[in-house]
Structure formats: structure tokens, C-alpha cells
Design a protein around this ligand. Structure first.
Ligand code: C2E
Ligand code: CA
Ligand code: CA
Ligand code: CA
Length: 278
């Protein structure tokens, strides 16, 4: 047993535990993925239900591993969080996104992007300086960047997270609570944070056109959020019926496959050119 504890990798290899072997490979190779240019960002639009126009894109990370192929972000982000490489990854992502915003701007496309942050990002007290440096370097205004953070990420260290988010918010960045409704915190708790937006989790949205209970939950979330002055976003809008219902319920922004799937950055300008208002 003592030997095993000292050589955990060995144990998994001998045990032919493929899942763990894969995780170890991913953790190891994530370090080099950035320098080997195996990572890129996909962009998925959000549409304003009031104007029918695109209001923002969400940046989603992608990784094609040289031998394992496409690795889902849910899988490698969690591993990066556990192995301590998430801050490095987030900084690469933030730089990359700001550089992209600048490039689009040079071509006449003034775009706003939302990025996803992890628990260790919101407790990173250097993040504010890092981000304000990026905005300056790429000549961006704070309204061009907003931050999506989950309840669970914030709750890991609420006081520290609150301090960071407050500074980011004062810098002018909008803060959005991602996957809203899946955590255990109340809206009252969320309101103690500098929150501008709630993003209703797709588990409540995917079947909203057929599940009466889901529609009821979403309706009350929208009404409650609005009464607290928050913007409401629905993710996972997969068909016209859901989009129409969400608009009727007063949801401010919609995001989902029905509007567009996440696309590579090169596809964004042409997609924007061909988009006709909802
Ligand atoms: P998320 O932030 O909740 O992102 C939404 C996920 O739902 C994305 O999956 C998106 O592709 C997917 N989605 C969008 N519209 C629809 C739809 O209509 N139907 C369905 N079924 N799915 C839809 P993706 O890209 O695989 O990302 C998964 C998760 O990985 C994200 O969830 C986020 O938690 C994490 N992630 C992705 N990129 C980053 C990143 O740069 N940093 C951090 N910290 N996390 C990231
Ligand atoms: Ca998100
Ligand atoms: Ca989400
Ligand atoms: Ca999620």
C-alpha cells in the first residue's frame, strides 16, 4: 500500500484503468497544449429578444489532443481545475479573446464577448490588474467583455470571490451567474454579489416547449430576476417554439443551437453579415 501511495500513476497503469490513464495523459498534455497551438476558442451568439439582434458571443474553449482527438471542455476544464493549471489556461483564453476582439474591431466588427471563469479565477487577486492591462493593450472598452461564473465557483470562497467580482465590476465588466438554478444558493445570496445577469441553465430550457413544470420554473426565475433589476438569459434554446415562449415570458437574451452552434472565430464575420434579425 505504501508503494502504491508513492506511485499512484503506476497503480492505474497496472490496473488498466483506462479512464484514469486518460485523465493523467490529459493533465500532463494540457501544459503543452497552449504552446503547441492545440487550443482555440469557439464563439456562440446571444440574441436580444427585444431587438432581434445579436448582442454578444460566448467564448468556449476547444482542444484537439494530438492522439486522443477532440476533448470536451467539461472534461479538460475540470482536470485543469484539479491539477492547478486552470489559471494558466484562463489567462491564455483571456488574452486570446481580447486579441480576437481587437482583430474583429480592425475589420469593422465591434463585438462583445462573454468568457467563462472558474473558481480559482475569481479568487485570483491579480486577475483585475491582468484584465485591465488586456483592455488597454487591445484598445477595448469594458462593455466588450463580460464574465460568466457559476454559483458553485463563487461559493467555494464567497468572500474572496465577492471582493474580486466587485473590483471587476467596478472596472466596468458585466458579471453573469452561469448555470443558474442548478446550485443550492438562493437568489438572495446571489444578490449579495455584484451580479448583472442570470443565465438560466439549459436543463430548464431544453424541453421548455413541452414540459409545463420547466416553463413554470423559468417564468418565476425571469420575474424574480427582473424585479431585482437583473438581465435574464436562456441557454439551450434548440427550437422556434422554445424561443417564442421565452420571448413571451420576457427573457432578455437567447442562446442556443436554434440561433447558432458555437463556431470558429473565422466564421463569425460572415455569420454576422448573413444574420437576419429574429
Ligand atoms: P457552459 O458555460 O454552460 O456553456 C454552454 C454549453 O452548452 C456549451 O458546451 C455549448 O456548446 C452548449 N450549448 C449551447 N447551446 C446549446 C443548445 O442549444 N443545446 C445544447 N444541448 N447545448 C448547447 P461546451 O462548449 O461543450 O462547454 C461546456 C462547458 O465547459 C461550459 O458550460 C463551461 O462550463 C466549460 N467551458 C468552456 N469553455 C470554457 C472556458 O474558456 N473556461 C472555463 N472556465 N470553462 C469553460
Ligand atoms: Ca457559460
Ligand atoms: Ca451555462
Ligand atoms: Ca455548464
Amino acid at each position: 500500500i505504501a508503494r502504491r501511495q508513492r506511485h499512484p500513476h503506476q497503480r492505474y497503469i497496472e490496473g488498466q484503468d483506462e479512464r484514469h490513464l486518460r485523465q493523467l495523459m490529459l493533465i500532463r498534455d494540457l501544459q503543452e497544449a497552449v504552446s503547441n497551438a492545440e487550443l482555440w476558442m469557439a464563439y456562440q451568439p446571444k440574441v436580444d429578444t427585444r431587438t432581434g439582434l445579436v448582442c454578444q458571443f460566448e467564448a468556449l474553449m476547444r482542444w484537439r489532443h494530438p492522439s486522443l482527438g477532440f476533448v470536451p471542455p467539461d472534461e479538460f476544464i475540470e482536470l485543469a481545475e484539479r491539477s492547478g493549471s486552470i489559471r494558466m489556461l484562463s489567462r491564455w483564453m483571456l488574452t486570446h479573446v481580447c486579441e480576437q476582439l481587437h482583430a474583429w474591431q480592425q475589420r469593422g466588427y465591434r463585438v462583445s464577448v462573454a468568457v467563462n471563469l472558474s473558481a480559482s479565477d475569481v479568487t485570483d487577486r491579480q486577475l483585475v490588474t491582468y484584465l485591465s492591462g488586456l483592455l488597454e493593450r487591445y484598445q477595448l472598452t469594458p462593455d466588450q467583455l463580460s464574465l460568466e461564473v457559476t454559483e458553485s465557483a463563487v461559493m467555494q470562497d464567497i468572500d474572496l470571490a465577492k471582493a474580486t467580482l466587485l473590483e471587476l465590476n467596478q472596472l466596468g465588466l458585466r458579471i453573469s451567474i452561469d448555470d443558474y438554478g442548478t446550485g443550492h444558493s438562493s437568489l438572495a445570496q446571489m444578490k449579495r454579489l455584484p451580479v448583472d445577469e442570470l443565465k438560466i441553465d439549459k436543463s430548464f430550457v431544453l424541453a421548455i416547449d413541452s414540459q409545463h413544470d420547466d416553463a413554470t420554473i423559468v417564468r418565476s426565475t425571469i420575474d424574480m430576476g427582473h424585479s431585482l433589476g437583473l438581465t435574464l438569459v436562456a441557454e439551450g434554446v434548440e427550437n422556434y417554439a422554445s424561443a417564442a415562449l421565452l420571448s413571451k415570458l420576457g427573457c432578455d437574451y437567447l442562446q442556443g443551437y436554434w440561433i447558432a452552434k458555437p463556431m470558429p472565430s473565422e466564421a463569425v464575420p460572415a455569420w454576422l453579415d448573413s444574420f437576419s434579425p429574429l
